[in-house]
Design a protein around this ligand. Structure first.
Ligand code: ARG
Length: 264
């Protein structure tokens, strides 16, 4: 009798544990299928016109700090990395359908957080103001009523819209690429271009006619760059954050900063 009871208890116990295993598998599968568009591959969107973070290298392929960082993250996670170059303004909408993540010097904003999740931040930034040499623009109020250029859908674009809201005589020109805005600045079609610090410094170094002014003197808010991914894809988000942490701890992150940003 005792033996039979033990056998019965064991049968029930085994049955339960099989059940538990079974349901765990289903959960793992469900979140796994949500994790990546193609198994084993991380499809990454960027806008490769934003040096030193992303640009087209001499070999015609996207290169830059962000590209090297996401490739290192891919290596950590054992994933092949495929880069897709697209317009900055299309990145957020493409996440989860065309691309798994974006890395594009993208600032974490409350509005974007409604549509996507962000990884931990990997870089601190601020908007700068590019002006022609000898420009009278020195602070925020000087931008009011001026012709301001920026890249479409960027935080620089949002700042110019704020300025226009304060002074309707301000003219805003938006461009697909930051470089097109810089060309219009050089040609005198706009008075100032608002864009992120590091690209502004790169462009100021390339064009003698323009200087980059520190956005802190304009009262611009500090910004933080992060990798964007599908809302709720916490499994992938956790893996990316883990890889970022490892790369910071093992010195890879610092090496990439030296190679791509400090060598600017
Ligand atoms: N940090 C700015 C933003 O998030 C500009 C980023 C532009 N990046 C690019 N790859 N074009 O809006």
């Amino acid at each position: 009798m005792k033996k039979r009871i033990i056998a019965l208890i064991m049968t029930i116990f085994c049955g339960l544990s099989i059940c538990a295993c079974g349901s765990e598998n289903t959960v793992a599968k469900a979140s796994g299928s949500h994790e990546l568009i193609h198994e084993g591959k991380l499809v990454v969107g960027t806008n490769a016109a934003f040096p030193p973070f992303e640009y087209i290298g001499d070999d015609g392929k996207p290169d830059g700090f962000d590209i090297a960082l996401i490739k290192a993250i891919g290596d950590e996670l054992g994933l092949e990395v495929e880069i897709q170059d697209m317009e900055f303004d299309s990145l957020v909408a493409s996440i989860g359908s065309k691309i798994d993540v974006s890395i594009a010097g993208m600032t974490i904003t409350e509005e974007r957080k409604n549509a996507v999740d962000f990884s931990d931040s990997y870089y601190d930034a601020v908007q700068y103001v590019l002006v022609p040499n000898g420009s009278e623009i020195k602070g925020y109020d000087d931008l009011k009523g001026k012709k301001i250029g920026s890249q479409m859908g960027t935080t620089g674009d949002f700042i110019s819209e704020d300025i226009k809201a304060e002074d309707d005589s301000t003219t805003i020109s938006t461009y697909d690429k930051a470089l097109d805005a810089v060309n219009d600045l050089v040609n005198g079609r706009v008075d100032a271009v608002i864009l992120d610090k590091n690209p502004a410094e790169v462009f100021a170094g390339q064009y003698d006619e323009v200087v980059a002014l520190d956005g802190n003197d304009f009262g611009f808010e500090p910004e933080k760059y992060a990798i964007a991914l599908s809302k709720g894809n916490t499994e992938l988000g956790g893996k990316i954050n883990g890889a970022l942490k490892t790369l910071k701890e093992n010195g890879t992150y610092d090496e990439l900063i030296k190679k791509y940003i400090e060598a600017e």
